[in-house]
Design a binder for this molecule. Structure first.
Ligand code: SAM
Length: 163
């Protein structure tokens, strides 16, 4: 059950320390069709709508080579989330689970991640399918999806050697 910012039966909030700047830089903004948390998918789907990931200057140059990848990992800041819940009741039925055992957007540092399909690029905008965030959600990072990425530097001690 999607939440706004209410406290539900069985949940527990703590007095969270004041948020400090961890040095994050928002590198862009994600444009989606969803303007309400109630209507936003809980997890993105490959058959979901095309969403637009806008990358701001001076980071646009960092998009070089990104079109070599079919799938990207997107990290974003779920900026409207409450950050003080240690126990949460996803079903709002009085039973609660620890925040770190679920993928709720309410977390001490509300970072969301999605694996998306890259459908195209228009300059500083990536067209993707698979997002699940509100329109205007700040972008933290973009990476090639892990399994589709071969490290470019030579192997180093500790790397797992396959076959
Ligand atoms: N896929 C990400 C993950 O697993 O890390 C996020 C999953 S989270 C369950 C997705 C939900 O977060 C949406 O259904 C919506 O209710 C909520 N949400 C989306 N964008 C948000 C934002 N900018 N601020 C707060 N909540 C947001």
């Amino acid at each position: 059950m999607v939440r706004e910012n209410e406290i539900r039966k069985g949940e527990r909030a703590v007095e969270a320390p004041p948020a400090t700047d961890a040095g994050l830089v928002f590198i862009g903004r994600i444009h989606t069709p969803w303007t309400s948390r109630m209507a936003t998918p809980r997890q993105g789907r490959r058959d979901g709508p095309i969403c637009r990931i806008e990358v701001f200057e001076p980071w646009v140059e960092a998009l070089a080579n990104i079109e070599e990848f079919e799938e990207l990992e997107v990290l974003y800041w779920l900026h409207l989330s409450r950050r003080d819940l240690v126990l949460q009741s996803p079903a709002n039925d009085g039973s609660a689970r620890g925040t770190f055992s679920i993928r709720s957007p309410a977390r001490p540092n509300p970072i969301g991640t999605s694996i998306v399909a890259l459908a195209g690029r228009e300059g500083n905008v990536l067209l993707v399918r698979g997002m699940d965030c509100l329109d205007g959600t700040p972008l933290i990072d973009l990476k090639p999806e892990r399994t589709g990425f071969t490290p470019i530097a030579p192997p180093q001690p500790g790397d797992f050697e396959v076959g």
